[in-house]
Design a protein around this ligand. Sequence first.
Ligand SMILES: Nc1nc2c(ncn2[C@@H]2O[C@H](COP(=O)(O)OP(=O)(O)O)[C@@H](O)[C@H]2O)c(=O)[nH]1
Ligand SMILES: *[C@@H]1O[C@H](CO)[C@@H](O)[C@H](O)[C@H]1NC(C)=O
Ligand SMILES: [Mg+2]
Length: 458
Amino acid sequence: MAKGSTRLVRYVVFAVFTLTSAFSFQALALFYFVSNSKYNGVTVHPGDFKGRWDNSQSQDRAPTDQEQEAPLRSGSDSTAGDTSGDSSEYYPKDREEWGVTSKARIAEMGKQFPLAMNPNDPGWDNLMSTAPGPRMNATFVTLARNSDVYDIAKSIRQVEDRFNRRYNYDWVFLNDKPFDDTFKKVTSSLASGKTHYGLIPKEHWSYPEWIDRDRAKKVREDMKARKIIYGDSVSYRHMCRYESGFFFRHPLMLNYEYYWRVEPSIELFCDVHYDPFRVLVEEDKKYSFVLSLYEYGETIKTLWDSTKKFMKNHPEHIAPDNSLEFLSDDDGETYNNCHFWSNFEIGSLDWLRSKSYIDFFESLDKDGGFFYERWGDAPVHSIAAGLLLKKDEIKFFNDIAYYHVPFTHCPTGEQTRLDLRCHCNPKDNFDWKTYSCTSRYFDLNGLKKPEGHDSEHK
Ligand SMILES: Nc1nc2c(ncn2[C@@H]2O[C@H](COP(=O)(O)OP(=O)(O)O)[C@@H](O)[C@H]2O)c(=O)[nH]1
Ligand SMILES: *[C@@H]1O[C@H](CO)[C@@H](O)[C@H](O)[C@H]1NC(C)=O
Ligand SMILES: [Mg+2]
């Protein structure tokens, strides 16, 4: 158990009622102890404070200032469930030591644990220990514009607080324009690992020569008139094509084997206690997701036709034990629009750089749907994962709680949420709602849905 695990949260609530009568005031003090003992069952006995807070006294008078500030924390409890010995370093054995009653006492005790007020003070970085164990060859990756700086700052802060401050994985930022100083300063101040800033080569963010730009323009005008989201955007199309076919080949990304994609303004609602990269390595997974849903059909009208063409031309790339069932309800005839939501992904770069994936991407790219329609990288990655990977190479992370507007993945299972100190509302969990495809993933893989799947979101 980690050092902090025996931390005891104890609230002492004093309710002082003043009762007025004709001739006298009477003060009544109520003590209310709430103990949060989920870690290691540290028990709190209301009688613990009896010696100091004798009933007869407390009914007669309100507690003095000294008493009020007294036993908020208890030293001896910290050793009750934790035999690691770590805690003794930080918590005096004698419970009375915690009765911080005077400045002199604080100064005396404080010498042992000086406050770190400035970055160069000892202990500044010691918020909680670094996770032991190996690190994978992995990085976070974010595609962003300079104007996204404060939205990505929010994401980084959450990723760091919930996970990376203990792991310190690198972070690669990619942009079709050079990153400005503000972007670099803000993001590098938040990331605990090394940060790298890459410019996207022009040829990865422009029309391939075989694209008829007039035709593409007409499509955008038409989609604009039909109010299709991002339908009139050129940059969005370059972005989707880049995420589909190029980010993993950026020179900076060649230094890594695994990636975790992070977008601006996402949220992580729960602690991530283990290294998901290592889970992928140990379980031999190539792709993972937390949210799945149906794609907007208007944006991918011929994507499945292109996919079928690829399957016919490259039967050697289709995995025998694939997830076609996730993608199609009629054995591959049509696409059911199910996809993993790719704004969150943890996956293998080597897989994306493999011949099978590149052949798939290039085949789609030649058909032009990134510009003649508005193919998203989510269905492209998902179809690839569904067909090129074995079904047990795709992982669902129930533990990683996630939000990207407008959908939430809040872990199913109350105990899980408590253990991970989640701050999401289980009712917001999208997994088992009608527009999610996650049930299909469970059925297809013969997985048992977590307890609470049928009740918590209602
Ligand atoms: N450098 C750059 N990044 C972009 C551009 N458009 C979108 N992005 C990034 O691509 C990702 C997806 O874009 P976003 O606006 O979040 O699209 P949505 O999640 O589909 O609504 C985000 O990480 C954006 O920061 C662009 O024109 N240039
Ligand atoms: C990480 O992976 C990349 C890509 O495969 C490789 O070039 C690099 O040497 C690896 N780094 C380490 C430290 O193993
Ligand atoms: Mg986004």
